[in-house]
Design a binder for this molecule. Sequence first.
Ligand code: GDP
Length: 298
Amino acid sequence: MFDTLSDRLNGIFTKLRGKGRLTDADIDATAREIRLALLEADVALPVVKAFIASIKERARGAEVHGALNPAQQVIKIVHEELVAVLGGETRRLQFAKQPPTVIMLAGLQGSGKTTLAGKLARWLKAQGHQPLLVAADLQRPNAVNQLQVLGQRAGVEVYAPEPGNGVGDPVRVANDSIDHARRSMRDIVIVDTAGRLGIDAEMMAQAAAIRDAVSPDETIFVIDAMVGQDAVATAEAFRDGVGITGVVLSKLDGDARGGAALSVRYVTGQAILFASTGEKLEDFDVFHPDRMASRILG
Ligand code: GDP
């Protein structure tokens, strides 16, 4: 991920090396090249615009420090702006004052929700929590089974509809799971929900109904970092249709251009909480904006 963008940005910075002082024309030319590099990486236009405006303003206003040459100064500014666009500080999960904490996962089919549910459960268990996984994705024939396999691997119980009891009604399953969590002293409930291949009113209504049934402390939008420009419309639809409190980027191990990763924070207004980097349960970590920015700049 980000390989092309990294190469492009480094090429731009190389051109600045050896320059004694940057003129306004140098800054404009550099900003234009950065703009193109971001657009080619599929970063959403409003994000690119805000990013470039900020870089120009800061580069023009930058004092000439003894310690940093102009190229280093531009790199520093771009790094700081990348950190900002990725959310600034690392944001931790919010826990309920009164357990159980309810975490609902939402996103398109194939975005990596069910896999993430297993990863989160494993990660939370390792920190001493007692999570419960809830199979409220009853749309995809194999989703319940997939979650049960992941739950077994993570050593975490999975609450799934009993045959003949609420089968086909994900809202009821989600609702009943909270009572089950209370009775069995689980302090975190992770609710996997159904997605579809595209944005769909029925899916959104179902996700909203599950949300109303479980009153989540976190509603996490899972987005496949491999998707390009579609990311913005999808993120906006989930923001408006379900209301999200955080984002997880999945498939960051892929070799996509990375635009979705760089746009989603700006578009949703919500922090990126975790990064998913593979199919295995351990391919998962807390998202750190500064580390990601450093990775992009190589
Ligand atoms: P859901 O439909 O949103 O529940 O998506 P799934 O969790 O079933 O994931 C869809 C596919 O993507 C599966 O084949 C997963 O193994 C795969 N997958 C999920 N997360 C990642 C990831 O971070 N990296 C890679 N390479 N594959 C992933």
